[in-house]
Ligand binder design. Structure first.
Ligand code: ADP
Ligand code: ASP
Ligand code: MG
Length: 469
């Protein structure tokens, strides 16, 4: 008998039909005698809609809010009716949905009265997606005659700091609470369904773990309960050599080391939350990424590097689109200790995360990559703080760029990888705007114009024959 966490993403539970498919996968796992803990995302697109509604609520009236909540109610009720056949369970879950949406309406109305959306209230609004999906999945499991109970991340015991929007879990308390609250259910053969993505501070204020955070919830719970495996169910066969939606010939990577998978996640392979592997790596618990629409396929196994075979130089290529490049130049930076530190400090204080850095030995300029939606704030911050000081003379930006990252553990110490990549770019006539290679040597990343992004991914995919693996 195994203990397995199964996490289901938004597309996997987008419709009533999909929820029944997912519940059947859980039921099959349980029938084999396994203890299954379920973690769910919000229904596909819901978190984006909540985000938009929260922004609008600041400026809008009650009619707008009412229209939004009614639409949300209609979708979730319809999904529940399709997912659950038993009338009494159906009715019970519909009541939970109605009550939860009433609460959301009150929160949004509050935001519209105050006319201000704080990071704290945004997280509260965003938590409703998972709070609406989890009861439906739980109801569907009960409909299939399995005993099940649902919990918010807060109720399950996931405690974080108060960095709203991207909160970090406090591991010791979380482990203690999850063991105490979720552990006993497994002994009673009850299947817990936990909302992904949402947690709470020690004072009980709702937080979120960052977009895509349900993966992180699943691995936190997995590590706390010391499970045998964590299965991340999604809508593709596993981690692939590139996003299959961009490169249809992308191939499945059947085994990856924790480091390789983490590198892929950090560099934009959306298949997983960048921090999700941390708890598993610490406890040496393997993860599997699997396709709900193709459960026969065993997907990608992510484990320690002894298990993961390292044969290929470049294993995968990712593209990160929503970024912008800032170029800062000035002769005053040359040989001036602390000039880079000043730039980083100014951006850091304004919560602007730097994703990539490149400088020349001349020290007269530095290029940075940040999220595109932060560009306006970054530029005004830098100009206000630094332009008058004399050590920088110009700040320019490009907002039509993307980052391409080629990854693979075997790049370490292999000569000529960079030259093959850049020759492939030159042959396609693609101009490279910036280059960086971390000292881990697990990836080479560079920046090109966004219009060239897909062609760049395709060219490297071809150069390293990734579609022939
Ligand atoms: P979920 O809703 O299940 O969490 P996500 O949309 O967050 O799913 O992640 C799955 C998606 O990640 C896939 O549909 C795929 O388009 C995208 N993706 C990007 N890069 C990769 C990659 N290298 N391998 C697999 N999927 C990838
Ligand atoms: N629902 C959240 C999001 O869309 C978390 C997740 O799906 O993992 O970001
Ligand atoms: Mg995801």
């Amino acid at each position: 008998m195994k203990k397995i966490v199964m996490k289901f993403g938004g597309t996997s539970i987008a419709t009533g039909e999909n929820i029944r498919r997912v519940a059947t996968l859980v039921a099959n796992g349980a029938k084999k005698g396994n203890s299954v803990i379920v973690v769910v995302s919000a229904l596909d697109g819901t978190t984006d809609e909540l985000c938009e509604a929260a922004e609008h609520a600041q400026k809008e009236n009650e009619a707008y809010i009412r229209k939004f909540t009614q639409k949300l109610l209609k979708r979730h009720s319809a999904v529940a009716v399709k997912a659950i056949e038993n009338k009494s369970i159906q009715k019970e879950i519909e009541q939970v949905i109605e009550k939860t949406i009433d609460e959301l309406e009150k929160v949004l109305t509050g935001i519209s009265y105050v006319g201000e959306l704080t990071p704290k209230s945004r997280d509260y609004v965003l938590s409703f997606g998972e709070r609406l999906s989890a009861p439906i999945v739980c109801g569907c499991l009960r409909d299939l005659k399995l005993e099940s109970q649902w919990f918010t991340g807060k109720e399950a015991g996931i405690v974080t700091d108060s960095d709203f929007g991207e909160a970090s879990p406090l591991l010791n308390v979380t482990t203690h609470h999850v063991k105490q609250r979720i552990g006993p259910l497994l002994e009673k053969r009850i299947i817990p369904v936990v909302t992904g993505y949402i947690a709470a501070t020690q004072d009980g204020v709702v937080t979120t773990l960052g977009r895509g955070g349900s993966d992180f919830t699943a691995t936190l719970i997995g590590a706390a309960l010391n499970v045998n495996e964590v299965w991340i169910w999604t809508d593709v066969d596993g981690m692939m050599t590139a996003d299959p939606k961009i490169i249809p010939s992308a191939k499945l990577l059947s085994v990856l080391s924790y480091q390789e998978a983490a590198e892929m996640a950090i560099f934009g392979a959306k298949a997983m939350h960048p921090r999700a592997l941390e708890p598993l790596m610490r406890e040496n618990i393997p993860a599997r990424i699997r396709n709900v629409f193709n459960p026969k396929n065993l997907g990608t196994l992510i484990a320690n590097s002894q298990t993961a075979q390292r044969t290929d130089v470049v294993k995968a290529i990712a593209i990160i689109k929503d970024v912008a490049m800032i170029n800062i130049s000035g002769a005053g930076m040359v040989g001036a200790p602390g000039s880079y530190a000043k730039i980083f400090e100014v951006l850091g204080k304004n919560c602007i995360n730097i994703m990539m850095i490149s400088t020349a030995v001349s020290e007269a300029n530095i290029s940075l990559i940040i999220r595109r939606n932060l560009l306006g704030r970054a530029l005004s911050t830098l100009e206000i703080a630094l332009l008058g000081t004399g050590f920088i003379s110009e700040v320019t930006a490009e907002d039509d760029v993307c980052v391409i990252a080629a990854m693979g553990a075997n790049m370490k110490g292999t000569l000529g990888v960079a030259s093959r990549i850049f020759t492939a770019m030159a042959q396609k006539g693609i101009n490279i705007r910036m280059i960086a290679q971390g000292s881990s040597e697990l990836n080479i990343s560079f920046v090109v114009k966004e219009k060239d992004g897909v062609a760049a991914v395709r060219a490297i995919h071809g150069e390293f024959k990734l579609d022939k693996m």
